[in-house]
Design a protein around this ligand. Structure first.
Ligand SMILES: Cc1cc2nc3c(=O)[nH]c(=O)nc-3n(C[C@H](O)[C@H](O)[C@H](O)COP(=O)(O)O)c2cc1C
Length: 242
């Protein structure tokens, strides 16, 4: 595929005049939290998984496993997760630590900006714990998406394999965009491994890494909300001319 140079993508992921199809797909992926109920065929998810297999992994060990839920199976899981969230507060914790206990800068400021933008876009005051909790609860309904995925990894593997898993997850989400779909990766669901394990027959050696909602975005959920830092903020160049 001919790829043009001089791609211009601003911090909101909006591509400028010179662009290529891969950049378009990457920059138009976003975390969608409002899905339409338009169904997604099993064959579409199979295509997404088939192409995502080409994600790289150290020594090609391909450490991922995915449980794909739709229809009654998804509804049943959603109900159980929601029940646990509402009735068993504090009783469910992830088997791995996703967030640092304390965020140093610049991560603290970015997280605060996320909170302002995210809850601001929903008209929720950050001090309104009940409204924030109602928003969190939507995770368990996969934000209304017709497909929910639960991604697991073998706990006997080391941290490096989590790099592989992240690449696989991103590749799935990009393959979804290529088919007009959007997604939302969800670490929130990893907390409920004790509910998910028996329902999905997840073997003991598998750890729940995250969930992913996938489907067609509602019109109002098609715009990027989250900006990105400029390249200068995270990249250092050496040895180039000019
Ligand atoms: C591994 C991972 C876990 C996430 N978990 C959640 C989650 O549980 N619930 C949620 O609403 N968003 C979740 N997100 C979405 C992030 O908030 C989102 O990626 C970030 O704000 C950047 O926005 P964007 O994906 O739209 O570019 C998660 C993202 C990643 C990569």
């Amino acid at each position: 595929m001919p790829v043009r140079e001089e791609v211009v993508i601003d911090a909101n992921g909006v591509c400028g005049a010179a662009r290529n199809p891969i950049d378009d797909v990457i920059a138009s992926r976003l975390s969608c939290r409002q899905f339409s109920d338009s169904p997604v065929a099993r064959s579409t998810i199979e295509q997404i998984l088939r192409v995502a297999r080409f994600a790289p992994s150290g020594a090609n060990i391909q450490p991922w496993h995915v449980y794909v839920l739709a229809g009654a199976a998804k509804t049943e899981v959603s109900a159980a997760l929601l029940h646990a969230y509402e009735r068993e507060p504090g009783e469910h914790v992830s088997e791995y630590q996703y967030y640092a206990t304390e965020f140093p800068e610049p991560y603290l400021s970015r997280r605060q900006e996320f909170g302002r933008l995210f809850y601001g876009s929903l008209g929720i005051e950050q001090s309104d714990a009940a409204a924030r909790s109602r928003q969190t609860a939507k995770n368990f309904a996969f934000f209304g998406a017709p497909v929910g995925l639960i991604v697991t990894i073998d706990r006997r593997l080391a941290m490096g394999s989590w790099l592989d898993l992240g690449m696989f997850i991103q590749t799935m989400m990009l393959a979804a965009v290529g088919r007009g779909l959007q997604s939302c990766p969800q670490e929130t669901l990893a907390k409920y491994h004790r509910i998910l394990r028996p329902m999905l027959s997840i073997p003991a050696e598998q750890m729940v890494a995250c969930g992913i909602s996938m489907g067609h975005p509602r019109e109002q959920a098609r715009a990027r909300l989250m900006p990105r830092a400029d390249v200068e903020a995270f990249a250092s160049f050496k040895g180039f001319e000019n």
